[in-house]
Design a protein around this ligand. Structure first.
Ligand code: CP
Length: 309
């Protein structure tokens, strides 16, 4: 099957293995396109896309906008900070006003869990979730898996450890779903206070010892400590967190094997990862960013094929 089984991209939990395969094969094509001298295709000349960002973003926002422009879509951008949301306008009113301008696809980042699902039930447009609170960040997980596939040839059978602030991470949950759909083994590692209590019910294993987790894995996906989502203290100090869970070159040298290092960004250099590791040959952090454009082009293109023109 070369079509998606879903009408929106709201979360990885709604996808099946074939959806991921279709997205990756389409992304392979677009990766070739964006490495040509002329990096554009005319595929979506008749499509208008609105990027609605109610939370801050650098990578995701720029990556979506570039993906849309590479597909020749018309693009409008909205940031909550400069909008009438500040005057009390509701999400539905904001979106309906934008839709009145004949928008076909909405890419939305929102602080509330389920905001994308809510929107998909109330408006007549394709919705792509660009991160909803601590819930899911599906395109990040897709580009992460795509980057593992590119580096190691396959995701199937690989051992991936997700390290750090799993509790507040939408990247972690989407990665767990995506990696499992592709047959990878997933472990989470961090202080018990930052690991959700019932996470083992998702079929992942839990390890609080960083060295053991790194010895086990082929790939370490290192998460940012999300201070902005913490209303209480989850560990005594940043220094102590770094001592126990920070990835540095010495720890990696002592493993006696090479592992792939990933990070979704933004990086807190010197906290969860040192600069020498983030910038090393074992790191694919910038490959993740590059692949994000091709993967997002694929998602947008595949959903746009479902729109009746
Ligand atoms: N990885 C990620 O979502 O980064 P931004 O918050 O900068 O979009």
């Amino acid at each position: 099957m070369s079509e998606l089984s879903v009408e929106h991209l709201l979360g990885i939990k709604y996808l099946n293995p074939n959806d991921i395969d279709v997205i990756f094969k389409t992304a392979d094509h677009f990766k070739e396109v964006i490495n040509r001298p002329i990096k554009k295709v005319p595929s979506l000349r008749d499509i208008t896309i609105a990027n609605l960002f109610f939370e801050n973003s650098t990578r995701t926002k720029l990556s979506f906008e570039l993906a849309e422009k590479r597909l020749s879509a018309d693009v409008i951008n909205f940031s909550a900070g400069q909008s009438s949301v500040k005057k009390g306008e509701t999400l539905i009113d904001t979106v309906n006003n934008i839709l009145a301008m004949k928008v076909d696809i909405i890419v939305m980042r929102h602080g509330n869990v389920g905001a994308g699902v809510f929107l998909s039930k109330h408006v007549d447009a394709k919705i792509i979730n660009a991160g909803d609170g601590t819930h899911e960040h599906p395109t990040q997980a897709l580009l992460d898996s795509y980057s593992i596939r590119e580096k190691l040839g396959t995701v199937k059978g690989k051992k991936i450890v997700i390290i750090g602030d799993v509790l507040h991470s939408r990247v972690a949950l989407s990665n767990i779903f995506a990696l499992q759909l592709q047959g990878a083994q997933v472990k989470v590692c961090g202080p018990t206070t930052l690991i959700p209590k019932h996470i083992a019910s998702l079929g992942v294993t839990v390890e609080t010892n960083l060295k053991k987790a790194l010895e086990w894995c082929d790939v370490a996906n290192v998460l940012r400590v999300q201070h902005e989502r913490m209303d209480i203290k989850y560990f005594p100090s940043t220094r102590e967190y770094t001592q126990l869970y920070g990835i540095n070159q010495e720890i990696l040298d002592n493993l006696g094997k090479k592992i792939v290092i990933m990070h979704p960004g933004p990086i807190n250099r010197g906290v969860e990862i040192t600069s020498d590791v983030a910038d090393s040959n074992d790191s694919i952090i910038l490959n993740q960013v590059e692949n994000g454009v091709a993967v997002r082009m694929a998602v947008i293109y595949l959903l746009a094929q479902q729109i009746k023109r």
